[in-house]
Write a protein that binds this ligand. Structure first.
Ligand SMILES: NC(=O)c1ccc[n+]([C@@H]2O[C@H](COP(=O)([O-])OP(=O)(O)OC[C@H]3O[C@@H](n4cnc5c(N)ncnc54)[C@H](O)[C@@H]3O)[C@@H](O)[C@H]2O)c1
Length: 380
């Protein structure tokens, strides 16, 4: 089958710029795509750095202004890997220019920005997706499969945490390269939009919509030097957030995230307790899914640890041989493969911008509840 050329442009060469570029380079070797991906352009503000990035990752050209990039006729797909304050503006311009758009999470800094983005891609009828990549870790996809098959039965509880420890020092500045996550204007929020957004997206995907939330947040270090102004400024982000939630299906949930959990670098875990079975997953051991089935014979009943590497496990038939595991980077490869399969079949792969807006609306309700001290209903 002849493949259609697909000219990809990546904006931002940081952590995600690298993760996505790696995915574009590899995906065609492992998945049958209707497209021949071409690494057409990389874009970032620093000419020297973007040229070095383009040469390392095999991009044919560079731009230092994303506005010029999205207007280029030779670009089919724009991938937004920049900090959150630029997602809306770039997405609106790329939609107006008729490009396919992949955007990093969170969709935007808040729901108001997110709504503009959903309207823009839907009006322009351009394929779109948000990089909530954990859905495409095979063990997490397997959890979805087990839940959809009814193996858990009625779900009572959902429990998720995402813990880090990298902002404990009060000497750490806020803002600018590498530290934009601490600047509320660039990030929109702290751990809520950055880390809990992942937990919320997975939770909605596995367990359906969230009805109400009751949250508390804390900013442990109130002032930090701002790298862009050189002045000590108020910190506007939430350093930690814990919230209770009621799902629309009646299940209860707890979510917790912080960047002050000494010893934890990226501990994302979730556990789901159903009528017949329970499931648990841990990012540190991402190729395993813990599963407890009450239907097992009593004397052997217990938590089992499924090594999600067999050919009939999600995505695994495309990789090596049973027993050999894959890792973090592969979730991005899977996401590109699913996105392009969706475009080919005319069935958009999830999460679209509209799907990701739901997560944004939960984040907004969480932050509103932390301010009001009351339960807040998720708007949608
Ligand atoms: N899916 C995930 O698990 C995941 C993980 C990390 C980050 N993210 C998201 O990815 C996005 C980027 O995060 P990151 O960790 O890669 O950040 P980063 O700081 O490592 O990289 C950001 C890049 O954007 C570039 N940039 C900033 N403003 C720009 C502009 N106006 N024009 C062009 N380039 C610009 C910077 O030069 C840098 O190359 C954020 O939205 C973040 O929330 C998602």
């Amino acid at each position: 089958m002849s493949k259609k050329p697909l000219n990809v442009a990546v904006i931002g060469y940081g952590f995600m710029g690298r993760a996505h570029s790696n995915a574009y380079r590899k995906v065609g070797n492992f998945f049958d795509l209707g497209y021949d991906i071409r690494m057409k352009a990389a874009c970032a503000r620093s000419k020297d750095k973007v040229e070095a990035f383009a040469s390392q990752w095999g991009f044919e050209s560079t731009e230092t202004d994303w506005r010029k990039l999205v207007e280029r006729k030779d670009i089919d797909l724009v991938d937004i890997c920049t900090p959150n304050d630029s997602h809306r503006e770039i997405a609106l311009a790329a939609a107006a220019a008729g490009k396919m758009i992949l955007c990093e999470k969170p969709l935007a800094r808040d729901s108001a920005e997110g709504i503009d983005m959903v309207k823009a891609v839907e009006a322009a009828k351009v394929p779109n997706m948000v990089w909530y990549n954990y859905r495409r870790v095979p063990a997490v996809t397997l959890a979805k499969q087990l839940i959809d098959e009814g193996k858990l039965g009625r779900i009572f509880h959902y429990r998720a945490v995402f813990l880090q420890d990298w902002t404990i020092s009060s000497d750490l500045p806020q803002g600018g390269t590498g530290l934009w996550r601490l600047d509320v204007n660039a990030a929109g929020s702290g751990v809520t939009g950055d880390l809990l957004a992942h937990c919320i997206d997975t939770a909605i995907w596995l367990n359906g919509g969230v009805d109400k939330v009751s949250a508390m947040t804390e900013t442990f270090i109130k002032e930090r030097m701002h790298t862009l102004t050189g002045k000590v400024e108020k910190v506007g982000i939430d350093d930690a957030c814990a919230f209770l939630a009621r799902f629309k299906n009646g299940s209860l949930a707890t979510f917790e995230s912080t960047r002050y959990a000494r010893g934890h670098k990226a501990l994302y875990t979730f556990e789901i307790n159903g009528e017949h079975a329970s499931i648990a997953w841990d990012l540190h051991d991402l190729h395993r899914l813990s599963y407890f089935d009450h239907g097992d014979q009593g004397i052997v009943r217990g938590w089992r640890s499924i090594h999600v590497t067999d050919g009939d496990h999600p995505y695994m038939g495309k990789w090596w041989v049973p027993g050999l595991q894959i890792g973090y980077e592969h979730s991005f490869v899977h996401q590109v493969a699913d996105f392009l399969a969706g475009v080919t079949q005319g069935k958009p792969a999830s999460p679209t911008f509209r799907d990701a807006l739901e997560t944004q609306q939960v984040c907004d309700a969480v932050l509103k509840s932390a301010r009001s001290g009351a339960w807040e209903t998720v708007q949608g």
